[in-house]
Design a protein around this ligand. Structure first.
Ligand code: SF4
Ligand code: MG
Length: 337
């Protein structure tokens, strides 16, 4: 499809201020130079551990946050620094679904009021009236349209996420960004909600960016997947290629379910254990940000940042020593720390 969203060098640094004069003493480098595009009609999955900047990325591309660097283009229009007023119009086309259906629904409002809110906020009057439109939306997401007068607490977690989805779809958006849409739900309910999102995409011609912390949730719905680590994209690939032949060691680790005794030892097939926590985004590691946890790290990995390079398989990988394809720094000495 055509490019719906294009992101170039996207950056968000949150300043850390201290003392009486609120002097800036540092910055959280939440998102640090992302470039990618989202094509009309596709689902881009975005994966990474907590703290990798994926939620910030979601808020930047829906312009709930303003970037500190780089640019965001929607349908060819630069929306990087749009004013709040100009953003309001764009809100019809770009909607967000949040992780927690409990906290994102006002407990004092009926679901009719909640799902109908976008019409009032945007001054849109649907043809058959708001109530009929809301009831049609409820039915479309698998809820009883007669329940529009009930309150959020009367619904289960899965049903509440359906309410959130109905609200997001009210104004027929083009792009829907879903931030961990099922991670707060029981595993048995997750597949139902994921399947609902998939059906709605086909029915309504939606484009999705789905953010998740593990690769299992987005496995079946994503056309392409971006893997993020500490504010950067380390791999960008179509789904089949990513699962069959992951190119970045971090992707291999995310895909490995079975731990190995010593992650720095080779010869365990594709099984990689990811050990330790994600380092702080306030002072990310030099060179390749993954080098403190990578079993393949060489001396140069700690000093030279690997660019995102396209491999022969078509996937883009930011690694000096990718899992397959040409070694970018052959013969480099092992990293000793
Ligand atoms: Fe590991 Fe080096 Fe590749 Fe980074 S660049 S992922 S440290 S091998
Ligand atoms: Mg789909």
């Amino acid at each position: 499809g055509d490019t719906l969203l294009r992101v170039e060098g996207l950056q968000k640094h949150f300043p850390i201020r201290k003392g009486l004069f609120k002097r800036q003493v540092g910055a959280v480098q939440a998102v640090d130079g992302l470039s990618f595009e989202v094509r009309a009609g596709e689902t881009l999955g975005v994966v990474g551990e907590s703290g990798c900047g994926k939620s910030t990325m979601g808020r930047l591309i829906t312009r709930l946050l303003e970037p500190t660097g780089g640019s965001v283009e929607f349908e060819g229009r630069d929306i990087t620094h749009l004013s709040t007023g100009a953003m309001r119009k764009m809100r019809r086309d770009v909607q967000m679904i949040f992780q927690d259906p409990y906290s994102s629904l006002n407990p004092r409002h009926t679901i009719g009021t909640i799902v109908g809110a976008p019409f009032r906020l945007q001054g849109v009057k649907p043809e058959g009236g708001v109530k009929a439109e809301v009831q049609a939306l409820l039915e479309r997401v698998g809820l009883n349209p007669e329940h529009y007068n009930r309150y959020p607490h009367e619904f289960s977690g899965g049903q509440r996420q359906r309410i959130g989805i109905a609200r997001a779809l009210a104004l027929k958006p083009k792009l829907v960004v879903a931030d961990e849409p099922v991670s707060a739900l029981d595993v048995s309910i997750q597949a139902q909600v994921v399947n609902l999102l998939d059906d709605l995409q086909d029915e309504l011609g939606l484009t999705y960016v789905i953010i998740a912390h593990d690769l299992s949730v987005i496995r079946h719905v994503s056309d392409r997947i971006a893997v993020m680590y500490l504010g950067k994209i380390v791999e960008l690939a179509d789904r089949k290629t990513l699962y069959a032949t992951p190119g970045h060691p971090y992707t291999s680790a995310l895909l490995s379910a079975v731990p190995v005794p010593d992650p720095r030892r080779k010869g365990h097939g594709n099984r990689r254990l990811l050990h330790g926590d994600v380092p702080s985004p306030i002072a990310p590691p030099s060179g390749c940000r993954f080098h403190t946890r990578c079993w393949k790290a060489t001396a140069s990995c700690a000093t030279i940042e690997p660019p995102l390079i396209q491999l022969g398989t078509g996937q883009k990988v930011a690694c000096h020593h990718p899992e397959h394809g040409p070694d970018q720094l052959p013969g480099d000495a092992p990293l000793v720390e």
